[in-house]
Design a protein around this ligand. Structure first.
Ligand code: NAP
Length: 303
């Protein structure tokens, strides 16, 4: 069973992908219960006719017992300048949600979507098994990097491989140009520094274009979250960037940030340490320091 906590725009879009593909039973949990019940009524009509899955809405956390995957997309407020705008409300909210998860479904795999995702993933990892706690965001940022590289080269996205974004899911995120390829050629051989700087800025501030048009990412984050849930439910190993607790990888510890991992039904089974340039390492250091400062602030709120 997949439980989705928070059935706003993102949570309901993830639920749609789960029910319409018949992935597994879905439980929707929302602060305003009637919204979860209504979404479940609607989503029930998307279940394929040959599927035996079910979808149910509730406000009662005890129903998450026996969940294989729990996706947290609950949120209080919106950000205007940075994802950390929502830190105080969402820090207190995640504490309560994680206490319920630790009580009712401590073995489940937890996918955190709520912002600020790196901070909340770190806090969440204290309540359950660490290798089961995954922040979803870097795969979305990497999709944006791939899209922007394809646009730069006047090609479609299928010709861009290994577009990877690491670090914070906010303005200090680090597109790893040294890894990305266009038609097998490393993009650093095809771009000058000015073009690299422009694409870096566009990846980091992609959210601002969304904010000034539709508001925020819904389908992009939903599909990236669904892919991880699917890998866990079907036990098919998936290589993807995600925010996870680091214990010395890339020289960082005691924080969560986006790095390439392999995930399957056992949770995080490997953190990949790929070669990166000194400049990329320096940028990651800055990103790590920002996350650490935010974690310190969030921990003060909880103490
Ligand atoms: N990781 C990423 O890359 C990424 C991308 C996009 C968005 N996000 C984040 O995803 C989160 C959700 O975005 P959204 O657009 O879906 O927001 P939204 O439409 O405002 O939905 C938030 C939902 O959370 C519910 N909620 C609040 N507190 C709750 C609690 N304690 N238990 C259960 N449900 C609760 C709200 O319920 P009510 O009905 O009672 O209001 C609402 O339905 C935000 O933090 C956003 O920044 C992350």
């Amino acid at each position: 069973m997949i439980s989705i906590i928070g059935t706003g725009r993102v949570g309901s879009a993830i639920a749609f992908l789960c029910t319409s593909s018949g992935l597994d039973d879905v439980l929707l949990v929302n602060r305003t219960e009637k919204k979860a019940i209504g979404e479940a009524l609607d989503l029930a009509n998307t279940i394929p006719s040959n599927s035996s899955i079910s979808v149910m809405g509730t406000g009662n956390y005890s129903k998450i017992a026996n969940s294989d995957v729990i996706i947290i997309a609950a949120s209080i407020g919106e950000h205007s300048a940075a994802r950390t705008d929502m830190m105080s409300e969402n820090t207190l909210m995640i504490k309560k949600i994680m206490q319920d998860i630790a009580k009712f479904a401590p073995e489940s795999k937890i996918l955190i979507v709520t912002n600020p995702v790196d901070v909340l993933t770190f806090l969440a990892s204290k309540y359950v098994i660490q290798k089961n706690t995954i922040g979803v965001a870097s795969s979305l940022d990497s999709s944006r990097f791939r899209f922007l590289l394809a646009h730069q080269f006047g090609t479609d996205q299928s010709h861009i491989t290994d577009a990877l974004v690491m670090g914070e899911h906010d303005d200090s995120m680090v597109p790893i140009f040294s890894h990305a390829k266009f038609g097998g050629t490393n993009v650093t051989e095809l771009l000058d520094q000015n073009q690299i700087d422009t694409i870096t800025s566009k990846v980091r501030f992609y959210w601002k274009d969304l904010r000034s048009t539709k508001g925020s990412s819904v389908y992009g984050i939903a599909k990236n979250t669904f892919d991880i849930a699917k890998a866990i439910i079907n036990n098919k190993s998936l290589e993807t960037p995600a925010s996870v607790l680091l214990k010395g990888e890339y020289g960082f510890e005691n924080l969560c940030m986006g790095v390439p991992i392999t995930v399957n039904k056992h949770g995080i089974v490997k953190i990949h340490q790929i070669p990166i340039t000194q400049n990329e390492k320096d940028q990651l250091c800055k990103s790590a320091n920002i996350i650490k400062n935010n974690i310190t602030q969030a921990e003060k709120l909880l103490s």
